[in-house]
Design a protein around this ligand. Structure first.
Ligand code: GLC
Length: 423
């Protein structure tokens, strides 16, 4: 009996001292295009071999809103998993303000931030003076175009204005539809989700005087924005250069595949699409170019600032291991691998001067100003609420259910109400 009690005590002691924890992997939640998650799988294997820390991946969807909802469920329940995850710059503030992130720097340990874009760290990653996340990559909307199809109609450059984009689209559509009735001029993200806000912002701010957010203030219902939203509607319903299911189905991957399968002349997407379009077996490989988005006459091209940041759950029981992982993801080598393999614009500044990176991704140098001047969405803890109101009204206008003016008026009133409540 005496011996049994001793053995049992040893077993309990071992469990209490981390015997159980040792078997438990570090849980990393990450979403995105399926090819991106596959690449993370390869990276965590390298990390595990180097640091002797097992990692398991929770595969999240591609849609940013769904990714946020998935994390919020675990965080609200104070689950110890996932330990570490990626967050969209759009909703990072909500996660930080809710107290769901563990500070990255401790008394014993601090993460090197010098090589990173200071303005991005300030905008997104520091909260109450503490470093809560690190930028993994920076996104900005860009225009992809088919060189070969433009050449067929005697054009040797991408469109500068939205008007030109419509004109080139109509001309190429007329030719291509003879063999491919499903061919369209322009594909973009019009479904009711965060991506629609990013697209709207690019139309609106590329119209001189067009504007939506400045800090907490909101200028939605102004003529320039109405004109921008009207154009988004007309591209589908009047000019018919975008597919009719743009506002029901088109998110990043639907748009990318449509263009990649050779069914569109122009595509609005994020930089990740480049390496996939250029991969072997892609029907559009070596036929495409990448450029800044068009603008209204008299306006300027702009991109919405996007991007994903890595942080550690406040409820993680493996914070030390998670810190090693954040350091690994933020290192020069890993950031370079993510750029070369996924075409992501690194959060680190120094990778942009890397010869190998510049050779494979020459547009990093050409489009530098696009990313430097990208237009942020408000980093407010209640941004997701503002966004879902705006998504609903923008989508109704793009679908042709309400006029752009009424949509913006209603959105302005409802969002003002949210802002008022938080003040
Ligand atoms: C990309 C961007 C992100 C944005 C999302 C919208 O993932 O990086 O910031 O919110 O697209 O769909």
């Amino acid at each position: 009996m005496h011996r049994l009690i001793i053995s049992l005590s040893i077993i309990f002691l071992l469990a209490g001292c981390g015997g159980v924890k040792e078997d438990k992997p570090l849980v990393f939640a990450v979403g995105g295009a399926p090819s991106e998650i596959n690449f993370w799988e390869a990276l965590i294997d390298e990390f595990s071999t180097e640091y002797q820390i097992d990692v398991s991946i929770v595969r999240q969807p591609t849609d940013t809103d769904q990714r946020r909802q998935g994390l919020v469920v675990s965080l609200k329940a104070r689950d110890d998993d996932p330990d570490v995850f990626l967050m969209d710059v759009a909703w990072l503030a909500q996660i930080a303000a809710s107290g769901w992130l563990a500070p990255l720097n401790t008394e014993l340990d601090s993460i090197e931030t010098e090589a990173f874009f200071e303005n991005i760290l300030d905008l997104a990653d520091r909260y109450d003076g503490q470093l809560m996340a690190m930028p993994v990559y920076v996104d900005g909307g860009v225009l992809y175009y088919r060189n070969d199809l433009l050449e067929n109609i005697g054009i040797s450059r991408p469109p500068q204005t939205w008007k030109e984009l419509i004109e080139f689209s109509l001309r190429v559509q007329a030719v291509e539809r003879e063999n491919n009735p499903d061919f369209y001029g322009f594909v973009w993200q019009g479904a009711q989700y965060e991506g629609l806000i990013c697209n709207f912002l690019e139309f609106a701010v590329s119209n001189e005087g067009g504007f939506i957010f400045e800090g907490d203030s909101l200028r939605l219902n102004i003529p320039e924005n109405v004109e921008a939203l009207q154009l988004m509607h007309d591209i589908i319903h009047e000019y018919k250069i975008s597919p009719p299911n743009t506002y029901t189905e088109f998110k990043e991957e639907e748009v990318r595949l449509f263009f990649q399968n050779g069914n569109a002349l122009f595509e609005r997407n994020w930089p990740y699409a480049w390496t996939l379009h250029q991969s072997s077996g892609s029907p559009v490989a070596d036929k495409i170019g990448i450029d800044v988005l068009p603008h209204f006459e008299g306006g300027e091209s702009i991109s919405t600032l996007g991007g994903w940041h890595i942080g550690i759950s406040a409820y993680s029981d493996m914070k030390e291991e998670a810190r090693r992982f954040v350091e690994y993801v933020s290192s020069y080598e890993t950031q370079k691998k993510l750029a070369l393999n996924l075409g992501w614009n690194p959060g680190r500044r120094d990778v942009y001067d890397d010869q190998e990176v510049l050779e494979k991704l020459p547009h990093f140098a050409d489009l530098k100003t696009v990313f430097e001047n990208a237009h942020p969405r408000p980093t407010r803890p209640y941004y997701s609420q503002m966004s879902s109101i705006l998504q609903k009204h923008l989508n109704s206008a793009v679908a042709g259910e309400v006029s752009p003016e009424n949509a913006l008026q209603s959105a302005q009133a409802e969002i003002q109400d949210i802002i008022g409540r938080y003040r």
